[in-house]
Design a protein around this ligand. Structure first.
Ligand SMILES: Cc1ncc(COP(=O)(O)O)c(C=O)c1O
Length: 408
């Protein structure tokens, strides 16, 4: 029956890494693999009380279809919340989506024909790459530096793509504590990114699931808030700030950009679940998202600190080995010595009962073999210490066996 598949579906692959990480679901494995939020941050009792109340008192509302744009109550709450952060939007600038992954799907549908170009980080979020692949979009990677995307390199790749007659549509960027690297785009580079986007008439897709999970340092304004031309589309998900299972996010965009997004969402799923929208809206009204965030940030800070402390304590002294120390988010990124292939090392790690995501899958240019992503979000502090101890053993053994192999 495969001959019935569309060409885009025939080309869609399961991520081999996600398949490999299924092995890590065994209970004795300490997994730094999945980028899942810490379950202890879910305010499940408050959400249960709200859900019960909504279902008993407002079934005609919350069990009904809603508008494609999303619940006015939720959009009103989100607009107020954003205005407290100096991001001023009207309800018409907000589209509620079935989480940010749908937002990425809508961006692909609304702005890209097969072969059109998107620029993205090296590395970048694997789920975005999968969406770009499904729509046969050409991905051009741009290296990241310690303060985010190398904007000079971005510009020279834009110029080269233009010379080759490619149709360029936009730049995909995860500005704060990027997935997978934990790297943050500096204020100066946000400004330059906007200048480059303006100069070459590109859109900016600003996907920011982690910005509100900042646990140290000063917040940096969003690209959307710095953009006075309306060429930025911002994606904000509730997955990491409230609960991933609600499958809820908002897209923020102005004018024509918003109009086309609403038009492509309509045939995609008509509307996002009214029930989960109202649960989130009521939570914001009753408890406040900022208050909740203030409670959960220290949980992530403690886990990140435990991870970087354990890396410093256990990892071997090798000049090629370094890692990020993010001010927020869920991830630490590790550069192994050039000779180490993190994907080849993974079976050895699983044998040592520890797992991670090899970084190469996040590079659209086939690079990054010597990198890995460690999520500190899901494990306890004790598991983080023990998991990094095991991982350091694996890294030490791998480096030693590569050196022995090179000598013989
Ligand atoms: C950068 C980025 N974008 C989008 C998503 C998708 O999130 P969701 O669909 O849960 O909103 C994730 C999830 O990990 C992510 O890291």
């Amino acid at each position: 029956m495969r001959h019935h598949f569309s060409s885009r579906a025939a080309g869609a692959k399961r991520s081999p890494i996600r398949e490999l990480l299924k092995l890590t679901e065994q209970p004795d494995i300490i997994s730094f693999g999945g980028g899942l939020p810490a379950p202890e941050t879910f305010p499940h009792e408050e959400l249960a009380a709200i859900a019960q109340e909504l279902l008993l008192k407002e079934p005609h509302n919350v069990l009904q279809y809603g508008t494609t744009e999303g619940s006015r109550t939720l959009r009103t709450e989100v607009a107020k919340w954003l205005s407290d952060q100096d991001i001023h939007v009207t309800l018409n600038d907000l589209l509620v989506t079935s989480a940010s992954q749908q937002g990425l799907d809508l961006i692909c549908k609304a702005f890209f024909d097969p072969g059109d170009v998107v620029f993205c980080g090296l590395p970048t979020y694997l789920g975005a790459v999968q969406a770009f692949n499904l729509f046969q979009i050409t991905k051009i990677g741009v290296p990241l530096e310690d303060d985010g995307m190398d904007i000079d390199e971005l510009e020279s790749r834009i110029v080269a793509a233009r010379r080759e007659g490619k149709r360029m549509k936009g730049i995909y960027v995860i500005p704060d504590f990027q997935n997978p690297s934990g790297i943050t785009l500096s204020l100066e580079k946000r400004q330059r990114l906007l200048e480059v986007a303006r100069a070459y008439d590109l859109l900016i897709f600003e996907d920011n699931p982690y910005g509100h999970l900042r646990f140290s340092g000063e917040p940096i304004p969003s690209i959307f808030s710095m953009d006075d031309e309306g060429r930025t589309i911002m994606l904000l998900t509730f997955s990491k700030v409230l609960a991933a299972g609600l499958r809820l996010a908002v897209m923020v965009a102005r004018g024509d950009l918003m109009d086309v997004l609403v038009r492509v969402k309509q045939p995609t799923d008509l509307c996002t679940s009214k029930l989960t929208q109202m649960i989130a809206a009521r939570f914001m009204q009753r408890h406040g998202l900022d208050r909740h965030l203030a409670e959960i940030r220290p949980i992530y800070r403690a886990k990140k600190e435990a991870m970087v402390a354990a890396l410093a304590k256990y990892m071997p002294n090798d000049e090629g080995l370094r890692w990020t120390n993010p001010d927020g988010g869920l991830f630490v990124w590790v550069w192994l010595p050039e000779s180490v292939d993190a994907e080849e090392m993974l079976p050895r790690a699983i044998a040592h009962k520890v797992a991670y995501v090899p970084g190469a899958s996040s590079y659209v240019d086939g690079d990054g073999q010597n990198t890995m992503r460690l999520a500190f979000s899901l494990c306890t502090l004790e598991q983080i210490d023990e998991g990094i101890r095991r991982l350091a053993e694996v890294v030490t053994e791998t480096i030693a066996s590569l050196k022995a192999g090179a000598r013989s």
